[in-house]
Structures are given as structure tokens and as C-alpha cells.
Design a protein around this ligand. Structure first.
Ligand code: SAM
Length: 264
């Protein structure tokens, strides 16, 4: 079982962006909003324009060598990092959001949650002046596609990391059992009612959709085994690549053998 819940202190995040509202508004709601209210998470959003020195608060400039788009200037970012270091008083783990970075995965999120303090830099335009990388400790991508800015990636990273901070998610066991936590996809979930009748405008008749009998049986050993089988079946069908790195107990190894045998 993965355990990512070793620390009980507040986790601190600083997010540097030219669009503070894009970060502040999503963080006001839901589980993360509650964790911030309860001071389990301490998130400060820093407006990059506050670290400019000119009247127009310019953060970008044309690329040397020509070409389309603009590039984020390095000095405002260095000043923002100096200010954060002075304010927080800790060495900084600085994450540059970038489609060229290491891919964010569940193990990466869990690893990052061991840090007490993370700084997230949100790019815009064609990205950052390369010299910013001098102060960067990690470069993270949220996937092989290009977004208009680093605000959504920063929120994705913060959310994935914060779920490992004790007290953020009510039931820590649920985080340990989520998809990817052990290298497996999660089993399917059902809730009440046990049967629903579904139809559609074009369907001739309604048909019942039932919750699997085993989940209504009250037999916890059977439910546990059913869930393991379902998680393994899903992983085998949808993400067989995950199985090579999955940590499986003996029962799961046995079920996987059966499933693979059935497919031969
Ligand atoms: N020219 C850059 C390149 O091709 O690598 C892309 C710049 S992108 C339009 C602007 C900013 O969005 C990036 O600096 C980064 O902060 C953010 N961004 C875009 N896609 C991202 C991804 N997949 N993961 C993380 N950040 C991303």
C-alpha cells in the first residue's frame, strides 16, 4: 500500500502568474478551498507584473533571432523568486510549467508532496527566456499538448500534490486506492439505487441497469476480491503498460494470471 501521508504540517505554494484570477477563483471552491480555509494549504498567488520596474508593467519582449510571438522576460521572474524566498525564508523548489518538462504522474505528485514548499511558474506566449531555468529545480508537463498558459497546469499540479497532504482529502485511504496509486486503475463504483430503468427518445423500451449482485451481498471478502479483479481487468484492457510497474499482492498476481490465461 502506498503511503504518502508522513507530514502533518501546512504545505505552502506560491504561484507566479500574469493572471492571478485564473488561479484564485478555482482555488476558492471545493476540497482545496476548504483546505486553504483550514490552513492545511497556504497558497499565495503572485502577480508577475508586481515585479516589473517600468510604468507599463511589461513582462514580455520579442524573441532574439526573430520569429512569432513574445517571450517572458527573465528579470521580473528572478525578482518574484527573490521576494518569495525573502517572504517564506526557505530554499525554493521551483517548478517551471512547460510542455517540454517531465510528465506529471501520480508518483511524481506524491514525491513533490514531501516538499514543504513549492513555487509554480506559469508561462505565457512562447514561454520563458531560457535563463529562467537557472533558478528552476523541476520542469513539469501535464501532457503532450500545448496550452495557452501555465495557469491550468499549475492548478493541476497543485491539486494532484495537495491530495497527498494529510487532512486535505477527508479519507486518506481513498487517495491510496485511487487510480495509479499502486500502478492500477481504480475499480468501478456504484451507489444507490440498486436498479435504474433507462430508455431514450429512440429506444423502443426501457431496460434495467443493475448494480452487480456481489456489491449488495454484504460479503466483504467477495467484494474485495471482485474489486481487485475489476481493477486488474480495467488496467489490462485500458492501460496494460501500467502493469509492469504495479505493486500487486499475491491474490492480485493470481487473478492477473487467470485473466491473462483467459485471454490466450
Ligand atoms: N513554445 C512553447 C513550446 O513549444 O514549448 C509553448 C509555450 S505555451 C503556448 C505557453 C505556456 O503554457 C508555457 O510556457 C507553459 O507555462 C504552459 N504550458 C502549455 N502547455 C503545457 C503543458 N502541456 N504542460 C505544462 N505547461 C504547459
Amino acid at each position: 500500500m502506498v503511503s504518502g501521508f508522513s507530514r502533518t504540517k501546512t504545505m505552502t505554494f506560491d504561484i507566479v502568474t500574469i493572471f492571478p484570477a485564473m488561479i484564485e477563483q478555482p482555488l476558492a471552491a471545493g476540497i482545496l478551498g476548504r483546505a486553504i480555509d483550514r490552513r492545511i494549504l497556504d497558497v499565495k498567488v503572485r502577480d508577475l507584473r508586481d515585479f516589473t520596474t517600468d510604468r507599463h508593467r511589461v513582462v514580455d519582449d520579442v524573441p532574439y533571432g526573430g520569429g512569432p510571438g513574445m517571450v517572458l522576460k527573465p528579470e521580473p521572474i528572478f525578482r518574484a523568486l527573490d521576494a518569495i524566498e525573502a517572504d517564506r525564508g526557505t530554499p525554493l523548489t521551483v517548478i517551471l510549467t512547460s510542455p517540454q518538462g517531465t510528465r506529471l504522474t501520480q508518483p511524481v505528485a506524491q514525491q513533490l508532496s514531501a516538499a514543504r514548499h513549492l513555487v509554480l511558474l506559469c508561462g505565457r506566449y512562447e514561454g520563458f527566456d531560457e535563463r529562467v531555468r537557472e533558478r528552476v529545480t523541476e520542469e513539469l508537463s501535464i501532457g503532450d499538448y500545448v496550452l495557452t498558459g501555465g495557469e491550468l497546469p499549475a492548478l493541476v499540479i497543485l491539486d494532484a500534490v495537495a491530495r497527498y497532504v494529510p487532512g486535505v482529502v477527508g479519507d486518506e485511504q481513498s487517495v491510496a486506492e485511487d487510480s495509479f496509486s499502486r500502478g492500477l486503475l481504480d475499480f468501478p463504483q456504484f451507489t444507490r439505487p440498486p436498479v435504474i430503468n433507462v430508455g431514450s427518445v429512440t429506444a423502443a423500451a426501457e431496460r434495467p441497469l443493475r448494480v452487480p449482485d456481489v456489491l449488495l451481498s454484504g460479503n466483504h471478502a467477495e467484494i474485495r476480491r471482485w474489486r481487485k479483479r475489476e481493477a486488474l481487468t480495467r488496467t489490462l484492457e485500458r492501460r496494460p503498460d501500467l502493469l509492469a510497474g504495479a505493486s500487486l499482492d499475491e491474490e492480485e498476481q493470481e487473478i492477473l494470471k487467470e485473466l491473462r490465461h483467459g485471454r490466450d
